[in-house]
Design a protein around this ligand. Structure first.
Ligand code: SF4
Length: 101
């Protein structure tokens, strides 16, 4: 278990505010937890930044797989009339999100 996951499992939330590490509820940290955070800060900050970068990439990625599109019927695109190789996401002006209920 990573240092970040250990402190989360102990009931804390962690986030980056610029270059500052924010821990809530800070007042609930025991002296041992504070020492743990101090000695693992670099590892925790790196993991949080990596997670944030992943979240940012997901937020701004406007590509989709054809299997996520209602216009893919039996493996064929009914709008563009071809059978797409659906191994990478694409930007498509005709994309309509498939809603799964
Ligand atoms: S409309 Fe675009 S995204 Fe949808 S199946 Fe056809 S090619 Fe894929």
């Amino acid at each position: 278990m990573s240092a970040l996951n250990k402190i989360i499992a102990a009931g804390f939330t962690l986030a980056m505010d610029g270059n500052d590490l924010v821990i809530k509820p800070f007042s609930k940290l025991t002296p041992n937890q504070r020492a743990f955070l101090k000695s693992h800060k670099a590892e925790i900050v790196a993991e949080l930044k990596q997670q944030q970068a992943g979240n940012d990439a997901d937020t701004f990625d406007d590509r989709h797989y054809c299997h996520e599109c209602t216009r893919l019927v039996n493996g064929r695109c009914v709008v563009q009339r071809f059978k797409p190789t659906d191994d990478i996401p694409r930007r498509c002006a005709d994309f309509v999100v498939r809603v799964l209920l």
